[in-house]
Design a protein around this ligand. Structure first.
Ligand code: FE
Length: 229
């Protein structure tokens, strides 16, 4: 009988030990589960920022937006207003296709009164037209066109707000056209566009005259194009 009780006692102790191991395993398990996903939890504010991220947010590496020109020149365009469509005029004999893309026609050898021409391109509903192609060409201050190259010729595209800006000089007079003018072609995306000419207040042309603001040694000219889309 004693042997029997002893065996039973040993069995009870063994079962008890087995349960203790199970309990230990159960207690460890949740910790193990907690440890694993903690690596993917959001990092705390005190965590170091990875070097690559720090580099990507350096503002100095971001290219200057086009908008900077208007800011730098202190030019604030008023809200666009529309009247009639910009009237078409002949392109004349001096147009040369495939002009270079540039906002400034100033270069070595180009002299005269500096002019900054700015404005919107709008459609018939007065909506600004981004990515509109504009091609400008003009005579120099002596009234001469460069018909061998692209001096005082250049094209550009309006920005996201439908604005253009051109840095150039006031054109001179030439014998067959005793009125200062700048030639332009304007073609919005999906539209036929218009070929026309811009004029100046001293010898104006109705509907095509630039509004001039005098600024010391240069002029700012304002003109909005309205084109059919
Ligand atoms: Fe001309």
């Amino acid at each position: 009988m004693r042997k029997k009780y002893l065996i039973i006692l040993i069995l009870i102790i063994m079962i008890a030990c087995t349960n203790t191991n199970d309990m230990t395993a159960t207690q460890i398990h949740p910790l193990a589960v907690t440890d694993t996903p903690s690596a993917s939890l959001p990092t705390s504010e005190t965590d170091p920022v990875p070097p690559a991220l720090t580099k990507s947010i350096e503002l100095s590496t971001v290219p200057a937006p086009k908008d900077d020109f208007f800011t730098e020149m202190g030019i604030a365009l008023s809200a666009p207003t529309c009247s009639a469509l910009t009237q078409a005029q002949t392109e004349g004999p001096y147009y040369i296709p495939n002009s270079p893309e540039k906002h400034s026609l100033l270069e070595e050898g180009v002299t005269g009164t500096r002019l900054i021409l700015v404005g919107y391109v709008l459609d018939q509903n007065c909506l600004p037209q981004s990515n509109t192609w504009l091609d400008f060409w003009q005579a120099d201050a002596n009234g001469e066109y460069d018909n061998a190259g692209y001096r005082l010729r250049g094209h550009q595209f309006t920005d996201a707000q439908g604005r253009y800006y051109l840095e150039t000089i006031l054109p001179g007079l030439y014998s067959s056209r005793p009125i200062e003018h700048i030639h332009v072609k304007v073609r919005p995306e999906g539209g036929a566009g218009v070929t026309s000419q811009l004029y100046f207040p001293q010898r104006p042309m109705e509907g095509l005259t630039v509004t001039i603001e005098e600024r010391g040694d240069y002029l700012v000219g304002y003109f909005n194009f309205v084109v059919q889309k």
